[in-house]
Design a protein around this ligand. Sequence first.
Ligand code: ADP
Ligand code: MG
Length: 694
Amino acid sequence: MLPNDDIVYLKGVGPSKAKVLAAELGIHTCGDLLEYFPFRHIDRSQQSTIASLQDENQYVVLRGTVSNMQTVSTGRYRERLTVDFNDGTGTLQLVWFQGTKWVREKLKPGVKYIIMGKPSVFNGQWQMTHPELEADTAADSSRQPYLPVYTTTEKMKQHGLGTRAMARLTETLTASLGGIEETLPKEIIERYRLLGRREALIAIHYPDSLQQLDAARTRLKFEELFFMQLDYQWAHSERQQHSAGRIFATVGDHFNRFYSEKIPFPLTGAQKRVIKEIREDMRSGHQMNRLLQGDVGSGKTLVALMCMLLAVDNGSQACLMAPTEILATQHYNTFLSMLDGLGLNVELLIGSVRPADKRQIKQRIASGETHIVIGTHALIEDNVSFRDLGLVVIDEQHRFGVEQRSKLWAKATPPPHVLVMTATPIPRTLAMTVYGDLDCSVIDELPPGRQPVRTYHRTEPNRPKVFAFLKQQIDAGRQVYVVYPLIHESDKMDLKDLIDGLEMVQSYFPRPQYHVSMLHGGLTADEKAFEMDRFKRGLTHIMVATTVIEVGVDVPNATVMVIENAEHFGLSQLHQLRGRVGRGSGQSYCILMTKDQLGYSSQERIRTMCSTTDGFLIAEADLRLRGPGDMQGLQQSGMLDLKIASIVDDEPLVAAARDEVRDLLATDPTLAAYPRLQDYIRHSKNKMLWGKIS
Ligand code: ADP
Ligand code: MG
């Protein structure tokens, strides 16, 4: 059989099974089946017996017969099916909650079965829930030392495609396989002593030894990571070669005057370095597409401001896009006060501006009268046009989709330089993969005098103590946030939580001595601005809020962040929220309130938060707990749909693949010596999307 052959022609498949394979697993060809890798193998020399079972949750294979089938109704349309399974050494109970009808019809007393799964002890007896189950026929006389185990669905099982049946198909296929060609360059195979592609594809299903299985996995992982890197790095070099950028050659008046007269504090070393990197980019003649990472509170805004001044000094306009109106307004106010007296026109363009005013603002932007615009999504509307947009800064990049961002590109020709800023650190492996060789600057230094926020985990019984502590802080002149999770901003239930919370806080902190205010997404922009302003000026002591304050909010006098129902927040969100305190020189605190009993991953999140304030460590933990598919901003991209490699566990391979691709493109930029790789690139789906990652 050849990889491109329709799976329907593989012996043992036929039209109806082919349909199920296509529908359930997207397997259409023999090649697809070949790349449907087993998730584990069974060592046949290690076959278990019921009498010798010791550990729960160890995957085992047993052979035996069934008896004593019983069905118990557990509700409308629901039932539980139990069957005794005996292998001559003992009895184990098999249990099904789903597909019971099918199992009942299929199981016959007296027939020998082979079952696979993880046993557990229940009421002092061994049982196994939803085992893989096959008739133990003579056809299963495979001579393979290791049997592959495949993930299968209920529907597949019902059509005779359980894991053993899948194994028979792959066995037939690998035995008659032709037409597998090498895809990796020869010198790379030699350098890393990788298995050939054909050998690896067979051994991943049917290894002769565990060493060979390991080698097969390594080879296939490397291949997968190599081609992923090729996608990204190719896109990156395309962009470098073909995207002309405006040249900002001079450091002008505004920049210099700001630097010598206005800047409120000396820049940190990291801020200086990053500004230099950005300057180099903006005068290189290529369009800048740079990611600026800096932990919460590291001072990205100031960097953005200074880069915008560079653009303005070179005759261009600059804009900054923020994900929320609160944040845009805050930036606007910061800019106004910092730029006071420099004679620059700064505008705020957000959705809630009055239509008449909006029209005028847009006119001023279009005429070039405006130098700097701060805004939200409102900036990317089609009817916003610039006279000459030279620099786009996007704050809290993960809050925007790729498409939204790329709309800003279209607002000028040649496209503006783009700087995206994020406080959600990208774990090293991710940075190496998804972000490929995207130009990246890091502010890895906090302004001087900051003390790490102290973080504590507390539960309801501790509340009086927690509130007493808040009182103490407030009486010492500090301010406090109390944040509730809002799953849906408009959800009435959630709002009720928030209002209950507000009332509780108010009862501990009565007027007129204390002022408590509330901030949530349901308020109008004016109301939000009003509350923020009062808090910022110290007129309210406690801000009870939803996650609308999550990103960017900057009130240095606030020193305590209480996060209610903290178990409902993800790690990066907790980190963002905590970043709202610790912004001044006073010692700050974060208190994570949760219920008593926590599940594993909630516990891990809370533990991580209490043990570190390092955004990179937190991002790594987040990646581990959630898997890359859930990382912010990557969900929709499908970028990390890896079949076999894991960017969490295979970091060394990720790095090796990255380096190889980099060297390859450096010595042979068009890949002239590698027609296969050229061919791959021509057909690759990924490159357009990520060429414009910005
Ligand atoms: P983020 O990187 O989280 O966006 P901000 O830009 O909001 O951080 O800065 C956090 C706080 O640190 C602000 O109050 C800002 O004025 C202050 N800040 C920024 N740069 C410096 C510096 N070099 N020295 C002291 N304070 C700074
Ligand atoms: Mg910020």
